[in-house]
Design a protein around this ligand. Structure first.
Ligand code: ZN
Length: 402
């Protein structure tokens, strides 16, 4: 049970004020940020002054800045089992330290999005464009004597109890060949195309309700190749759901560089055609390693894009002007995304985090398409171009074989 469920969310702003104060008390770096802007801790926080809350810029979490340890609150470091690492920027990941209670909030947030925006609870069969947990556990770094893993390791448990078909796998032969050619020990992993095809055939034949999930990058590339090669479509009608998340629409996913941008409209249309499904079967999830908030999205024909929703019980967002960083008050204007939440940030200074994603808020109050309340936004770009610099080619797309 997280802080929110205990209090039934009635005290969002009280919780927020308290969390800001407590974070400043037990995190020196955050205290400094508060001092820099002369933040008044006694002034009640409300909708109109959210923009005054001292925020931590995304760059503070970057490995290269070496500030991530200073962002931990109280004695978190002593109790920390491992660091969480983003897969979003090549070569220079964000590093966040979270204790178990914060990890639980993070998981609940992901779970809620997949349940509310897709059919996670009702569907048992899952095709995951991801490797097994024990593979992820092999990809690790060490900072200050503690191991660091991709965030995925912490949340993969949310699929517990499902019949999971993992498609990403280790290719031993390719790895050896690669080592001989380059004299470097790098694992080659890729999608097991045979497994994918077998599973899709089984799902179609037996009419098994199924969710296909993970980064749109893998799905797009692999299924496009599959379609072009086999010219085969599947009749999944009303029982096939696609959940995407973790970004990747701009063609770079962590240390994997595919070189091709994934056009969202093209992706959605291609999947609809290939599986004979409608656009309401899609769900996208926006979340960042630096914040525990998760925002669910459905497809919108009006915007030709995914529309993201912020549930007011759990958090708020701001769009800040790209040049002045002042909060934007109009809709439809691009700005830098800030995520604000008092829940799931007991271990580190994550109460207000400015990210490098550029968004556009389309409505502050409710979604005109599904009626959900809260801010509605679209992701339109990135401040720092995610060029695959220092790309370590850990993953290989050409490992895909039918
Ligand atoms: Zn909506």
């Amino acid at each position: 049970m997280n802080e929110y469920t205990k209090k039934n969310g009635k005290n969002f702003f009280q919780d927020l004020s308290l969390t800001i104060k407590e974070t400043a008390n037990d995190c020196e770096l955050y205290q400094k940020l508060c001092k820099d802007v002369d933040y008044d801790f006694n002034r009640p926080v409300n909708e109109s002054n959210l923009g005054d809350i001292p925020y931590v810029p995304w760059s503070f979490f970057k490995q290269s800045n070496n500030k991530f340890k200073q962002l931990l609150r109280g004695n978190t470091f002593e109790k920390l089992d491992y660091w969480m690492e983003s897969s979003s920027t090549s070569g220079d990941p964000s590093i966040v330290g979270r204790l178990q209670s914060d990890i639980e909030v993070l998981k609940q947030n992901y779970n809620r999005v997949f349940t509310e925006f897709s059919e996670k609870d009702k569907v048992k069969n899952l095709i995951l464009f991801a490797p097994k947990k024990r593979f992820i556990e092999k990809i690790k770094h060490t900072f200050y004597g503690k191991d660091s893993y991709l965030l995925y390791k912490s949340i993969v448990d949310i699929w517990y109890g499902k019949d999971i078909h993992y498609l990403l796998q280790f290719f031993l032969g390719k790895t050896i060949l690669n080592m001989v050619k380059t004299l470097k020990a790098r694992a080659v992993i890729g999608i097991n195309g045979k497994k994918l095809e077998d599973e899709l055939n089984r799902v179609e034949k037996n009419k098994i309700p199924t969710i296909m999930a993970n980064s749109p990058l893998w799905m797009h590339k692999v299924l496009k190749d599959f379609y072009e090669k086999k010219k085969k479509t599947f009749d999944m009608s009303d029982r096939f759901y696609i959940i995407t998340g973790g970004g990747g629409w701009d063609g770079v996913k962590g240390r994997i560089k595919m070189g091709n941008r994934v056009d969202k409209t093209e992706f959605v249309e291609q999947m609809c055609k290939m599986f004979n499904i409608t656009k309401d079967k899609f769900c996208d999830n926006f979340a960042a390693t630096e914040s525990p908030l998760a925002c669910g999205a459905h497809w919108s024909d009006k915007y030709d894009d995914f529309l993201f929703h912020v549930d007011k019980k759990y958090g708020r967002i701001l769009a800040r002007d790209i040049n002045t960083l002042e909060p934007i008050t109009q809709t439809g204007k691009p700005g830098v995304l800030e995520l604000i939440t008092p829940y799931g940030v007991k271990s580190y200074a994550g109460v207000a985090v400015l990210l490098d994603d550029i968004i556009q808020i389309e409505n502050w109050e409710r979604c005109s398409e599904c009626g959900r309340e809260g801010s509605i936004f679209r992701i339109t770009g990135r401040l720092t171009p995610s060029i695959g610099k220092g790309c370590s080619s850990l993953f290989s797309m050409d490992a895909y074989k039918l």
